[in-house]
Design a protein around this ligand. Structure first.
Ligand SMILES: Nc1ncnc2c1ncn2[C@@H]1O[C@H](COP(=O)(O)OP(=O)(O)OP(=O)(O)O)[C@@H](O)[C@H]1O
Ligand SMILES: Cc1ncsc1CCO
Ligand SMILES: [Mg+2]
Length: 275
């Protein structure tokens, strides 16, 4: 088991140089924040959820982000269609299983998506990923529930990563990112981030941009997760006293300024390898 600082390979610079097109089928609560977060970190968002175009858009994008936050029968069909088109073209697909565990509709949708689509990365809070890992959860809504804090983020993330054969990020006070064997922990971020809706959705969009531009999924997801946490810290330093509205906008400001040097300097990232 080796410990050490994660060595980034200029994921942010690569992203800003490539300006990947990121197709999002996402929720109507935070859709504008997701689009602006993708733009801020260097990508180009396109929101398209009609069944008549979802596959066409996915096929020409650099990444597809599927977020089930306000799913319905119409958008789930589009998610499946876009996912199949992305898989056929080798376009990486990211899943944000918002509220998984909270209703039969959500559980059925994530089951169908995970059966039909090959994901490059999945990001959710501990409750959501616990549900995906097959553990019983007491999720009541879209926020992680206290009752699940007994589940250990590393074991949950690792179990989900092995089950679905992809990179999994469990976010919260400490973020855990794993491909099932290698585990990175990111200790950036501030508790205030859970008082603004959509920081998780924004991060999933940002992960789409990073994996759309960088071939290695694990370090791309680590860089994305670290940049979101750092953006929260920078915004709190700047707007802390003003309340959650300014703090919210400050996250976008900070994301738009982040560079690999910022991630290198401010990232609190540890990395372990399982032998
Ligand atoms: N207590 C905390 N301390 C530090 N960072 C936090 C804390 N809670 C959340 N974060 C950060 O906030 C971001 C969103 O993570 P979170 O797990 O809250 O997502 P989420 O529950 O899916 O959010 P949403 O559904 O509102 O979009 C991540 O960057 C995470 O690191
Ligand atoms: C509040 C909320 N409800 C469905 S999606 C969403 C945004 C945060 O996930
Ligand atoms: Mg969420």
């Amino acid at each position: 088991m080796g410990n050490g600082r994660w060595k980034t390979v200029r994921e942010n610079q690569t992203l800003r140089a490539q300006v990947p097109l990121v197709h999002c089928i996402t929720n109507y609560v935070t859709v504008n924040d997701v689009a602006n977060a993708i733009l801020a970190c260097g990508g180009s968002p396109i929101m398209a959820d009609d069944i008549a175009e979802a596959a066409d858009i996915a096929a020409v994008s650099s990444a597809l982000v599927i977020n089930i936050g306000t799913l319905n029968a119409r958008t789930v069909a589009s998610m499946l269609s876009a996912g199949a088109a992305a898989n056929a073209k080798g376009v990486p697909v990211v899943l944000d299983p918002v509220g998984a565990g909270a209703s039969a509709l959500r559980n059925d949708a994530v089951r169908r998506l995970l059966e039909a689509v090959r994901f490059a990365a999945i990001r959710g809070n501990l409750s959501e990923i616990s549900h995906l890992a097959g553990l019983s959860v007491s999720t009541r809504g879209v926020d992680s529930s206290e009752a699940d804090s007994g589940n250990d983020a590393v074991s949950v993330a690792r179990a989900a990563a092995r089950r679905y054969g992809c990179v999994v990020a469990v976010t919260g006070a400490v973020d855990v990112i794993t491909d099932g064997a290698r585990v990175a922990r990111v200790e950036n971020g501030v508790p205030e981030m859970s008082r603004v809706t959509g920081t998780g959705c924004m991060l999933s969009g940002v992960i789409g941009a990073y994996v759309g531009a960088n071939r290695d999924v694990l370090p791309a997801v680590v860089a994305a997760v670290a940049s979101m946490g750092i953006a929260g810290e920078l915004s709190l330093e700047r707007h802390g006293g003003a309340g959650t509205g300014s703090f919210h906008i400050g996250i976008l400001d900070a994301l738009s300024k982040i560079t690999d040097e910022t991630i290198e300097k401010r990232g609190r990232i540890t990395y372990e390898e399982e032998h």
